[in-house]
Design a protein around this ligand. Structure first.
Ligand code: ATP
Ligand code: MG
Length: 322
C-alpha cells in the first residue's frame, strides 16, 4: 500500500531525510521512532505529498505521488504534527467542511461525520469554537478529520501527543481496530506505544533508517534481553553470585538492587547457551537452595534501552556531541 523508494529531502544545506526506503502492507502498523529532528515528520510529509522529495519516489497503492498526486492523496488520511485547523470554526462546522472537500455528500457525509465524532469522542464539544478547545480536544478534532473519509492509508504524526491516559488508550485501541484493513504509519516518542500498536518499527536518526524490525526483534538488541531478574530474601548477594555463577548456562550475575532484607540480581546467560533456557533452570536452582523468592522473571529487553543504545551509538559514530 505504501512504497517509499530511496527518498531524500533537503532544506537548503540540511539533509533532513537521506535515502530512505520502506514498504507498508495492508494490515501493518509501522512505527517511526527517533530523536527530535531525526526526520520522522519530514518523511511523513513526503509520503503524504505535502512535501516533494529532493530524490526518490512514493507510491500509494500503486499510484505515483509525484505524477498523480490527487489520486494518491485521496487514499490517505493525515494527522499532521501541528494542528492545521480553522480556529474560528466550531468542531462540527470544521468536520462538515472536511467532508465537503473530501467530496462526501448527503447521507454519506453525515454518516462519516457521526462515525468520526463517536470514534474521537467529540460529542460534548461539537459547537465549541476550535480556538477555545483544550490541546487534547484539538488533537482529537484533527484526528477525526484524518479518518473521516475512511482512507486505506493513515499517516499519524504523534497521534497520542497531548491526550490524557484514557484517550491515549482509546486512540491505541482505535489504531489496532483500524489496522486490519489499512496500512498505517505512526510516529511516537512513547516506546510502549510501539509494543501496543506497531507490527514493525523503524528507528530513524539524522535522516537515516538505523534499525528496522518487529518490536520483539528490536528488543533482542537490548543489553538486558533474555536475562533473568530475581529478587531474593534470606541470602546475601555474594553467595548468590558465587553459586549461581557456577551454573554452566550462566554468565555474569550483577547486583541491581538491595534493601528491606532482599537483594535483586540480574543473571546473564553464558554466551554459548540458549538465552531462553536459563530462567527455569535458575528458578529450580534457587528453590533447591532454599532462598526465598520474592520475584523472578525473564526480561525480554526494553525498547528504551535499544533506542538509547543505537541512537547514541549512531550519533557518536558521526562525531556529534551527546
Ligand atoms: N521547513 C523546513 N526548513 C528547514 N529545515 C527543516 C524544515 N522542516 C524540517 N527541517 C529540519 O529537518 C530536520 C528533521 O526535522 P523533522 O521535523 O522531520 O524531525 P522529527 O524527527 O519529526 O523530530 P521531532 O521528534 O522533534 O518531531 C530537522 O533538522 C529540522 O530542523
Ligand atoms: Mg516530528
Amino acid at each position: 500500500m505504501i512504497k517509499v523508494k530511496k527518498v531524500s529531502r533537503n532544506f537548503g544545506h540540511i539533509e533532513a531525510v537521506k535515502d530512505v526506503s520502506f514498504d507498508v502492507e495492508r494490515g501493518e502498523v509501522l512505527g517511526f521512532l527517533g530523536p527530535n529532528g531525526a526526520g520522522k515528520t519530514t518523511t511523513m510529509r513526503v509520503v503524504t505529498g505535502y512535501l516533494e522529495p529532493s530524490q526518490g519516489e512514493v507510491h500509494i497503492n500503486g499510484v505515483n505521488m509525484q505524477s498523480d498526486p490527487e489520486a494518491a492523496k485521496k487514499m490517505i488520511g493525515y494527522l499532521p504534527e501541528n494542528a492545521p485547523v480553522y480556529r474560528d470554526m466550531h468542531v462540527l462546522g470544521f468536520l462538515k467542511f472536511v467532508a465537503a472537500i473530501r467530496d462526501l455528500k448527503g447521507r454519506k457525509a453525515s454518516d462519516a461525520i457521526d462515525a468520526a465524532i463517536s470514534t474521537c469522542h467529540l460529542e460534548h464539544v461539537l459547537y465549541q469554537s476550535i480556538d477555545t478547545l483544550s490541546k487534547g480536544y484539538t488533537r482529537r478534532t484533527v484526528l477525526a478529520q484524518s479518518i473521516l473519509h475512511d482512507p486505506p492509508v493513515l499517516i499519524l504524526d504523534e497521534p497520542t501527543d497531548g491526550l490524557d491516559p484514557n484517550q491515549k488508550y482509546e486512540v491505541r485501541a482505535m489504531i489496532n481496530r483500524m489496522s486490519k484493513d489499512k496500512a498505517i504509519i505512526i510516529s511516537t516518542h512513547i516506546l510502549e506505544e510501539v509494543d501496543s500498536c506497531c507490527t514493525r518499527a523503524l528507528i530513524i536518526a539524522e535522516g537515516k533508517i538505523i534499525a528496522n524490525g518487529t518490536p520483539d526483534e528490536l528488543k533482542k538488541i537490548s543489553p538486558t534481553s533474555n536475562t533473568v531478574v530475581m529478587k531474593l530474601a534470606g541470602c546475601d548477594f555474594e553467595s548468590v553470585r558465587d553459586s549461581v555463577g557456577q551454573i554452566p548456562s550462566v554468565g555474569r550475575v550483577l547486583k541491581i538492587g538491595e534493601g528491606d532484607g532482599s537483594i535483586t540480581a540480574r543473571v546473564f546467560p553464558a554466551s554459548s547457551h540458549s538465552p531462553a533456557g536459563i530462567a527455569p533452570e535458575i528458578a529450580s536452582y534457587v528453590v533447591n537452595k532454599g532462598w526465598r523468592i520474592i520475584e523472578i522473571y525473564p526480561d525480554p529487553g526494553k525498547l528504551d534501552e535499544v533506542f538509547r543504545k543505537i541512537t547514541l551509538n549512531d550519533m557518536k559514530k558521526q562525531g556529534n556531541d551527546i
